[in-house]
Write a protein that binds this ligand. Structure first.
Ligand code: CDP
Length: 229
């Protein structure tokens, strides 16, 4: 549907705070362009899940860093149509839905603030991203992982709107959710993500900032598609 020309950006970075719609839009865009979709957040989630699974305290920075250095995480195109954007495999096992659990949500930003964890995961992300024809989403793609990306988008929305979207998503999947608890987790994750010393969440100077508060997913998608063409 979308004609790819030599001017079409090859590396597209979409950054932004929790639940701003990066994954939904990123996946749609990648499908429209026939590009790879890579949600880098799932790597931080996978390490967090593994630490919790093994009973490692997330405050033990050295143990968590070692885990990030030695674990093989694979992010592959979705093998099932159960709402997932991609498959997340750790040492060969499918842990896609485990990475979306509440306990991972509550601990992932602590894990993602460790410099050693970021170093190990960013290295893998950069290697994958540099191959091009890719839509990569995260917090630091345009600023740190791939500062030379051809197009950088920073997708924003108020915490209340983002919590409402995450609430709807969880209701659709599980049937029950608590809006106030979700809003609290979104705000806390944003706080940790944007105040950490290494690669804090912020828009790159050359990023196009899109405030999606009053836009539908379709409208956000159309606006980004117009920037790509
Ligand atoms: O989907 P959602 O916006 O809720 O979060 P995510 O993209 O899955 O990312 C989960 C967490 O991983 C974030 O809150 C960050 O702490 C961390 N993250 C990061 O530090 N750098 C990235 N490039 C991607 C995620």
């Amino acid at each position: 549907m979308n004609k790819i020309t030599s001017q079409t950006p090859s590396i597209i970075a979409i950054d932004g705070p929790a639940a701003s719609g990066k994954s939904t839009i990123g996946l749609r865009l990648a499908n429209a362009l026939d590009y790879i979709f890579f949600d880098t957040g799932v790597m931080y989630r996978a390490i967090t899940w593994l630490a919790l699974e093994r009973g490692i305290d997330v405050r033990e920075e050295d143990a968590i860093t070692a885990l990030a250095e030695e674990t093989q995480i694979d992010v592959e195109p979705a093998s099932k149509s159960d709402g997932r954007a991609c498959d997340v495999l750790v040492d060969g096992s499918d842990i896609t839905w485990e990475t979306r659990s509440r306990s991972v949500d509550e601990n992932v930003s602590i894990v993602a603030a460790y410099p050693g964890v970021r170093k190990a995961l960013s290295r893998q992300q950069r290697r994958i991203g540099q191959r091009g024809k890719i839509v990569m989403v995260g917090r630091d793609i345009g600023t740190v992982v791939l500062p030379d990306a051809d197009l950088k988008i920073y997708l924003d929305a108020t915490a209340e709107e983002r919590a409402r979207r995450r609430y709807d998503e969880i209701i659709a999947r599980n049937g029950k959710a608590n809006y106030d608890a979700i809003l609290k987790r979104v705000i806390e994750r944003d706080r940790i993500d944007s105040t950490r010393n290494v690669a804090p969440l912020k828009a790159a100077e050359d990023a196009i900032v899109l405030d999606s508060d009053k836009l539908t997913a379709d409208e956000v998608f159309e606006q980004i598609l117009a920037l790509v063409k």
